[in-house]
Design a binder for this molecule. Structure first.
Ligand SMILES: *Cc1c(COP(=O)(O)O)cnc(C)c1O
Length: 419
């Protein structure tokens, strides 16, 4: 059935249809294109059972992903743990809180492994031998890793001021790493020009319609892991706004296909105050955003001119959700709080999500009884500088029992063993 599931591309603004080629803007109105599916066909095959019998990866949702054949890249991405976060829930005043833990996604420890698995598989189907991307860090890591494994040529473009671990997390795979003297929006503009000159698969430029669909798998997994139900609230970090838009699309597809019975989920967007074009527009009641110059420690979310900002505002409004932003201090606090309550070390974007979750509970937007899921999208080992001043130092001692006990004020035989 896979050959009939994808109808092609459609303009999100004027509705003009295109075949499923590498194209991302409408030739008529310059609106963004998205993948269109044949849901009548998909409905005939897809069931909860058929999904449950699928691979233990995001490819269990193959029927709803924009590739024609079988997956050829990123075979192990997705199906990350949905962690019941009792301790953090107690701390924040929520009875039923979950963390969707994409800090352990395969192979590069962020949610970007989802979008890249889909994008590279599609790029190979379309006949490309070179992949590229404009990245705030995690996307480049994932593209570089997948390109190495797929033996493709690779160019990744990043801003010049990224975290050391994210730069190294490119170089180790030996792609062409291009550090641009500018911010992400400069990088993105340059990449649009390059994409016009070279026949490369730019995963988030000409392949963007396919790439973006990979984000839906986060929504699918949350619903399946909650026993085929949708939560009351989801809190989602926003850079370009694509992830948030696609989580809403994914939940609506599941509802339309009868895989979940009810859909009353409120979609909530999270940004850093130092780069909050989308959440600021939402709070001011506008349906358009004003581009900004980013200045925040949450570099993975530092997009001042977000490509899907308008659609993110629309999705949040449609769902009856909210948006908030947090300061750099709140981001650091969110990171250490998540680590110290749940044992999950997330990157700065995770701190943004937890900080915003905390604010929304305090404001009464998210209530104690609401089943709530926070999407934690990247790993803290990649952004260590952000917390280095907030975590203290080890206690240094000579290799001596006496000194150890003195340092920690421990009496003889202190401690209890339960059996
Ligand atoms: C890319 C990214 C996001 C969100 O990206 P969108 O452009 O909004 O889809 C969220 N968290 C992390 C860690 C990311 O790298």
């Amino acid at each position: 059935m896979t050959s009939h599931k994808m109808k092609g591309l459609i303009c999100r603004e004027c509705g003009k249809e295109y075949p499923a080629v590498s194209l991302h803007v409408c030739e008529l109105c310059f609106g963004p294109l998205e993948v269109q599916y044949n849901y009548t066909e998909i409905r005939k095959h897809i069931t909860r059972r058929s999904i449950e019998a699928g691979p233990k990866s995001l490819w269990r949702y193959l029927d709803l992903l924009p590739i024609e054949g079988e997956p050829t890249a990123g075979l192990y991405a997705g199906l990350t743990p949905l962690v019941r976060a009792k301790n953090l829930g107690d701390e924040l005043g929520l009875d039923t809180l979950y963390i969707k833990n994409d800090t352990v996604n395969h192979p590069t420890l962020s949610f970007k492994d989802r979008v890249v698995s889909v994008a590279i598989t599609r790029a190979l189907e379309l006949g490309y031998d070179t992949v590229a991307c404009a990245s705030t860090g995690n996307l480049a890591n994932s593209v570089a890793a997948h390109a190495a494994a797929a033996k493709m040529q690779c160019y990744v473009f990043i801003p010049h001021d990224l975290e050391a671990a994210k730069v190294l997390g490119n170089l180790v795979y030996r792609p062409n790493v291009v550090e641009v003297e500018g911010n992400y929006d400069d990088v993105n503009r340059l990449c649009s020009e390059i994409a016009g000159e070279h026949k490369w698969a730019f995963v988030n430029v000409n392949i963007r319609p396919y790439y973006a669909e990979g984000s839906k798998t986060l929504a699918y997994e949350v619903a399946e892991q909650l026993g085929w139900t949708a939560p009351d609230h989801i809190v989602i970090p926003m850079a370009s706004g694509s992830l948030l838009t696609k989580v809403w699309k994914g939940l609506n597809e599941f509802h339309k296909l009868g895989l979940i019975d009810r859909l009353t989920t409120r979609i909530n967007g999270a940004q850093a105050e130092g780069c909050s074009p989308i959440s600021t527009a939402y709070k001011q009641g506008r349906d358009f955003f004003k581009p900004v110059k980013p200045k925040t420690i949450a570099k993975s979310l530092a997009i001042g001119n977000p490509a899907d900002g308008y659609y993110a505002l629309k999705a949040t409004t449609e769902s009856g959700g909210a948006m908030e932003s947090v300061t750099d201090d709140e981001i650091v606090h969110g990171m250490t709080l998540l680590a110290q309550t749940e044992g999950i070390f997330a990157e700065t974007a995770g701190g943004v999500t937890i900080g915003v979750l905390k604010r929304l509970v305090k404001q009464g937007v998210i209530k104690r009884k609401d089943v709530t899921v926070a999407l934690i999208t990247g790993n803290g080992l990649k952004t260590q500088d952000a917390v280095i001043d907030a975590v203290g130092r080890p206690t240094r001692i000579a290799p001596s029992l006496v000194q150890f006990q003195k340092m920690f004020n421990l009496g003889k035989h202190e401690g209890t063993l339960h059996d």
